[in-house]
Design a protein around this ligand. Structure first.
Ligand code: SF4
Length: 387
């Protein structure tokens, strides 16, 4: 789930409410005397009895009796009835709104830690904003102890997380402390790690399962800088990758394939195998039609059928060199059969859809489908498998 998803429909207050926003973990079983109650919000599906005291707040699926003295009791809008035990939410009483910060059952919990960025990519799905948003990290610091330690993976995204510098390191330390068995994947443009001290500070946390995903769009500096709309970015990104790897931090290279990047995919793959063979993973990714990508659609859109040759050549080069290689965000029917073993179901569950045609497709279970934002602009190759 994204960290900033706000509900369209509001909460309905049934009692006196707080003034300031607060964060809490959803609890469905009231029958214990856990001291954690003050950080928990009781979710009541059928409010037939008086609510037990001691919880930070109460969410009711339907209106019920409220004992005098209880505060922060709300009826939840139907659109948020999906909430369940272990989820973490922020309630904003003055706006009568609720944001879901973490869903325990979701395999894709991603936290936005800043909207600031020093790149301005043509296809950015989260266009940067210049403002002090340090509250995002404060909120995540408060949320981490409430997250289930059984969570498989957490994503950190921006904006550009490396702009947080020391606070990023603090965040990683807190993740290691509270969620030592949870993988952490950070999406970064890598430029901040051109400063070797930041790369070393991240390495010094010794997080047990950390990977940094860094985009590289071309073997040519001017092409990469054009795609990210920042002069000198290529040089800093490459130095960042080298510093991270020298400090033994795991790095994944990412390349979004679109009209400005597909022609040199084979050369980019050659460049990686000659100069960056020590990276841990390479992901070649389809375009997500959000933010700037939607605005720049005419500049970026190319049907995946029209870059099959370049994609195939790049994957062959990378995999023959022994690099762990994946294709993300592509529908199986738009890829040559040779590339099917490299295709991953990579689209987060909350924004993943299938087209009507997919209902009768025999490969649907293996296919990653579409971004919810991408159904409007589809490849002419979408064709159900019938074997
Ligand atoms: S028809 Fe749908 S489910 Fe089948 S491969 Fe294409 S996109 Fe995937």
């Amino acid at each position: 789930m994204p960290a900033l998803e706000l509900a369209a429909a509001g909460l309905k207050p049934l009692s006196v409410c707080s003034f300031e926003p607060f964060i809490g973990r959803i609890r469905e079983q009231p029958d214990d005397t856990s001291s954690a109650r003050e950080r928990e919000i009781l979710l009541v599906r059928r409010p037939t009895q008086l609510l037990p005291p001691g919880f930070r707040g109460y969410l009711l699926l339907e209106e019920g009796l409220v004992s005098p003295g209880l505060e922060d009791v709300y009826v939840l809008p139907t659109s948020q009835h999906y909430l369940a035990e272990g989820d973490v939410v922020r309630i904003h009483p003055q706006r009568v709104s609720l944001a879901t910060l973490y869903r325990r059952a979701s395999p894709s919990n991603t936290f936005l830690v800043t909207e600031r960025c020093d790149n301005n990519c043509l296809m950015c799905s989260q266009p940067p904003r210049k403002q002090d948003d340090s509250w995002l990290v404060d909120e995540l610091m408060e949320t981490l102890p409430l997250i289930s330690p059984e969570t498989r993976e957490i994503g950190i995204t921006g904006g550009e997380p490396s702009l947080l510098k020391g606070r990023l390191v603090e965040l990683l330390e807190r993740m290691k402390q509270h969620l030592p068995r949870t993988s952490v994947h950070i999406l970064t443009n890598g430029r901040g790690f051109a400063n070797p001290e930041l790369a070393r500070a991240v390495a010094k946390v010794r997080h047990p399962d950390l990977m940094l995903g860094v985009p590289l769009y071309s073997d040519l500096p001017e092409e990469h800088d054009y795609v990210v709309q920042a002069m000198g970015a290529y040089d800093e990104t490459l130095r960042g990758i080298l510093h991270l790897k020298r400090a033994r931090v795991r790095v994944e290279l990412r390349c979004v394939v679109h009209a400005q990047t597909y022609t040199r995919l084979p050369q980019l793959a050659e460049f990686i195998t000659r100069n960056l063979l020590f990276v841990d993973h390479v992901a070649l990714m389809g375009l997500e039609l959000m933010g700037f990508a939607r605005a720049n659609l005419g500049l970026l859109w190319v049907d995946p059928l029209d870059y099959q040759d370049q994609l195939t050549a790049a994957v062959r080069t990378l995999s023959r060199a022994g690099l762990d290689t994946s294709i993300y965000n592509h529908q199986l029917c738009t890829l040559p059969t040779e590339l099917h073993p490299f295709a991953r179901k990579s689209i987060s569950d909350w924004k993943n859809l299938y087209a009507e045609d997919c209902e009768r497709c025999t490969r649907r279970v293996d296919c990653g489908g579409f971004f919810a934002s991408g159904l409007a602009k589809r490849s002419r190759g979408i064709q159900p498998f019938v074997d």
